[in-house]
Design a protein around this ligand. Structure first.
Ligand SMILES: C[S@@+](CC[C@H](N)C(=O)[O-])C[C@H]1O[C@@H](n2cnc3c(N)ncnc32)[C@H](O)[C@@H]1O
Length: 218
């Protein structure tokens, strides 16, 4: 999903930096930026990059993703955030968007949980969809969304996804079926929990999500 349209790719919350390194090897952009908030991780990664990727164009940034210095670098940016909760991802995207409203930034997002609330936030910010896929890996499911802060010429983001349910093979059809079942079970369990303890408003808000997933046709 990473095309060659970008001058700068930001591997945010990069941890071990494997994703950014794969992009370096592929020469996916002129500049690959590695960002993580943990100093020890970043110095270890920097040593590795000096050793193995001396002649490539990379930079490490030990900072909070909310403070990405995008304006310092000219050109088209792709911000990748993967492997963190959708709730934290919402905070990062909101902070970046508030600082760089005039830039058209693409985001490649792979949240762990809270996919529905992440989609709600992207819709509220008027982002648009460029592509989305559903991946099963090691019995876990990942929604991967390529979105842009520009609302022009692209598709609307659907609250529960659109393309991710359009399987093009028998194998992918099995994946979508399993993911839909798992997601519905998850929200139904939340609803049951709320019925025992909580207010009608909260129960209704979960019913709203369950209805949206019930509407998915495979
Ligand atoms: C589970 S790893 C994700 C690794 C990789 N992106 C992946 O998908 O496999 C989460 C990383 O996010 C980093 N992180 C958490 N909060 C952060 C923040 N506010 N700014 C930058 N990095 C952060 C952590 O230090 C950790 O290395």
């Amino acid at each position: 999903m990473v095309t060659s349209d970008y001058h700068h790719i930001w591997d945010c919350c990069c941890d071990h930096g494997l994703l950014g390194c794969a992009l370096l090897i592929r020469k996916a952009a002129n500049n690959i930026h590695f960002v993580d908030i943990v100093p020890e991780l970043m110095s270890e990664l920097e040593q590795k990059l000096c050793l193995f990727y001396e002649n490539s164009s990379w930079k490490t940034h030990c900072l909070n993703v909310t403070n990405l210095p995008l304006a310092k670098y000219e050109g088209k940016h792709l911000v990748i955030i993967a492997g963190i909760g959708g709730d934290l991802m919402i905070k990062f995207i909101e902070a970046i968007f508030q600082q760089y409203k005039i830039l058209n930034i693409d985001f490649l997002l792979c949240p762990v949980h809270h996919q529905y609330s992440l989609r709600q936030k992207l819709i509220a910010l008027d982002f648009s969809l460029k592509d989305e896929v559903l991946v099963e890996d090691n019995q876990r499911f990942y929604e991967i969304l390529l979105v842009t802060s520009s609302s022009e010429n692209h598709y609307k983001i659907h609250p529960v996804g659109s393309n991710i349910w359009q399987a093009k093979s028998e194998k992918q059809n099995e994946v979508t079926k399993k993911y839909l079942k798992k997601t519905l079970n998850h929200y139904q369990r939340i609803q049951q929990g709320l019925q025992l303890s909580s207010s009608k408003d909260k129960i209704n808000s979960v019913q709203h999500i369950i209805n949206a997933y019930h509407d998915v046709s495979l």
